[in-house]
Design a protein around this ligand. Structure first.
Ligand SMILES: CC(C)(COP(=O)(O)OP(=O)(O)OC[C@H]1O[C@@H](n2cnc3c(N)ncnc32)[C@H](O)[C@@H]1OP(=O)(O)O)[C@@H](O)C(=O)NCCC(=O)NCCS
Length: 250
């Protein structure tokens, strides 16, 4: 028990530059208090003292602002920084060395019993205010941006941001993005896993317009070569700045 507590205190030194002494950590860090209370509550839960386990979790929540269901499985060296507003559901699993900031929810999306909360593999960092909803798996070492709403699995080592969360990954460009880059606008900072339908639709339309412009310009050129005089409206100088439009949509 004391070796776990020592580990808990040491990780605070590693992950919070504001920490100054062991005594300060032990007495003023609600994340530490919540984890200690959870260890007791989880033990009682497993021993079938369900009400007592819930009551301890409730008392801990009242003091720390961190609500951890006694059924949740929490690994070693897990650090909940600041803590207020954290909710961890009954079937959530948090691997070793994870870090959660205030306002994080590991929540469910269904009222069915059974596994309905997320699993965080080792070393995941969840930013302040992020919500991870459903029985998802957040891969080892992944980072969840503050205020993200995650509704799909996040691969090992990936970073997910936004609502709904998308994976930041410059290396996995989609064919559409490659076409766009070829055409001279490389501002598709969106990832292959981009899943905001509105952003997707707008990028698709910009991409399509650019390709259509290219085609029309080519047709006009051919017509001019054949001696046809295109109407004045076709000779507009209006610039369609796809790179700029893509950038402001992101
Ligand atoms: C998500 C996070 C881990 C990314 O960090 P990183 O890997 O260093 O990434 P960067 O800062 O280079 O940002 C990469 C891109 O994601 C965007 N981004 C970063 N965090 C974001 C967030 N929370 N929501 C939306 N977009 C975000 C950046 O604007 C940038 O976009 P761009 O490429 O279009 O410019 C980090 O920004 C974060 O949110 N950490 C949580 C910190 C926290 O909660 N602290 C609380 C302390 S009390």
């Amino acid at each position: 028990m004391f070796s776990k507590l020592r580990e808990d205190i040491l990780v605070v030194f590693e992950r919070d530059p504001a920490a100054r002494s062991k005594w300060e950590i032990l007495t003023t860090y609600p994340g530490i208090h919540a984890i200690l209370a959870h260890r007791l509550a989880a033990r009682l839960w497993r021993a079938n003292f369900k009400w007592l386990a819930r009551f301890i979790a409730y008392l801990a929540r009242s003091v720390t602002g961190i609500e951890i269901h006694p059924g949740a499985i929490i690994g070693r060296r897990v650090f909940i920084d600041h803590g207020m507003g954290v909710v961890i559901g009954e079937t959530a699993e948090i691997g070793d060395d994870c870090t959660l900031y205030h306002g994080v929810t590991l929540g469910g999306t269904s009222w069915n019993k059974g596994k309905r909360h997320p699993t965080l593999e080792k070393g995941v960092v969840v930013g302040a205010g992020a919500k991870i909803l459903g029985p998802l798996t957040i891969g080892e070492g992944a980072k969840i941006g503050s205020n993200a709403v995650v509704v799909k699995d996040v691969p090992v080592g990936a970073t997910a941001v936004g609502i709904p969360a998308r994976i930041l990954d410059e290396n996995q460009a989609k064919p559409d993005e490659l076409i766009a880059r070829k055409l001279g606008f490389s501002a598709y900072a969106i990832s292959a896993d981009m899943n905001d339908p509105m952003v997707k639709a707008v990028h698709g339309l910009i991409n399509h317009s650019t390709v259509t412009d290219e085609r029309i310009a080519w047709i006009l050129q051919q017509l001019e070569k054949m001696g046809a005089e295109p109407p004045a409206t076709c000779k507009t100088d209006a610039q369609f700045d796809a790179a700029y439009l893509n950038k402001i949509v992101d």
